[in-house]
Design a protein. Structure first.
Length: 322
């Protein structure tokens, strides 16, 4: 029974390193385990700890303590402490202590202590530190127009949705009722700390049912931001309509006041003109009266005389004897 097969050969002069292919189906030696594959200089066949069903292809890949069902491809990929079911593809991808069930693709992706259950995609010349489980990718181009991405918590699927592109497939399209959009006033903006960073946001557990994303068990897992944005737009339109109405009413009121004031001013001007005309006529009459008085006073008085007036006795005067 074939327990271990090692093939050694030297490549052409264009490659200086020695390449060793080691296929291990079963071995009693501690450095070999079942169904493991190592290809490249100083792979784990020279070191210790490559476990069952693991693959190491490239110089210094899976060099130390590569665990079961792990895959490392590329120089220094998964070099030390690559954990169970992890995958690293690319130079120095998952190089040191790559976590369980983690995936690193690209040079230096998840290079040092990549978190368990994480995905790292790197197409930049720098290492991506992956400290938390989840999906991490660099670079991401920022170029409008953009379509938002949506994540399905149940299936892990990342999808896009464009109402414009799929409008023909939508049913029951209508305007949002005024009462429906007012539910956003029940939201509670919060300040909290996450990963030692202060953040502002909403808590799904405090959000109304209509504005919450639930999992299959009925637990709130996120806020329905698309619904909130739609309600905000509806409320902004309502406020804009009210503002336009108020502005129109104000403008009409101001215009009416201005018209009334203008009319009153015109009437006042006409009254002032009439008064001025009357005063002018009055002044003319006064001048004419003055002339008449002057002429009258220059004429001789008909009752005027130079004789001394005769004293007349009173016939009714009583006389007494002396």
């Amino acid at each position: 029974m074939l327990e271990h097969l090692s093939l050694y050969f030297t490549l052409s002069r264009y490659v200086d390193n020695l390449v060793r292919i080691s296929l291990c189906f079963f071995s009693t030696e501690t450095i070999y385990n079942m169904n493991s594959v190592e290809i490249g200089e100083s792979t784990s066949v020279d070191k210790i700890g490559q476990c069952n069903n693991s693959v190491a292809i490239g110089a210094f890949t899976g060099n130390l303590a590569q665990q079961s069902n792990a895959v490392a491809i590329g120089v220094h990929a998964g070099e030390t402490g690559q954990q169970d079911y992890s995958v690293s593809v690319g130079a120095a991808a998952g190089q040191l202590h790559q976590g369980t069930y983690s995936v690193a693709i690209g040079a230096m992706a998840g290079q040092t202590r990549q978190a368990d259950y994480s995905i790292a995609l790197n197409a930049t010349p720098r290492a991506i530190p992956i400290l938390n489980s989840g999906f991490h990718a660099l670079p991401v181009r920022n170029h409008p127009p953009c379509i938002p991405l949506f994540y399905n918590y149940e299936t892990g699927e990342i999808t896009t949705f464009s109402a414009t592109l799929q409008q023909n497939e939508l049913d029951g399209v209508r305007d949002v009722d005024e009462q429906e959009s007012e539910r956003i006033y029940q939201l509670k903006p919060r300040l909290f700390v996450m990963n030692n960073q202060p953040m502002h946001g909403l808590l799904a557990t405090e959000t109304t049912h209509e504005l919450t994303i639930m999992d299959s068990s009925g637990n709130a897992i996120d806020v329905a931001w698309q619904e909130i944005i739609t309600d905000l737009v509806a409320e902004l339109k309502k406020l804009k309509s009210r503002q336009d109405t108020a502005t129109s009413t104000k403008d009409n009121t101001i215009a009416s006041i201005i018209d009334n004031v203008t009319h009153d001013v015109d009437c006042l001007k006409r009254a002032i003109t009439d008064i001025q005309t009357t005063l002018s006529v009055f002044n003319t009459s006064m001048e004419e009266l003055k002339q008449i008085i002057s002429v009258f006073t220059s004429l001789p008085h008909p009752l005027r005389t130079t004789t001394t007036p005769v004293r007349q006795s009173n016939p009714f005067q009583l006389r007494f004897p002396r």
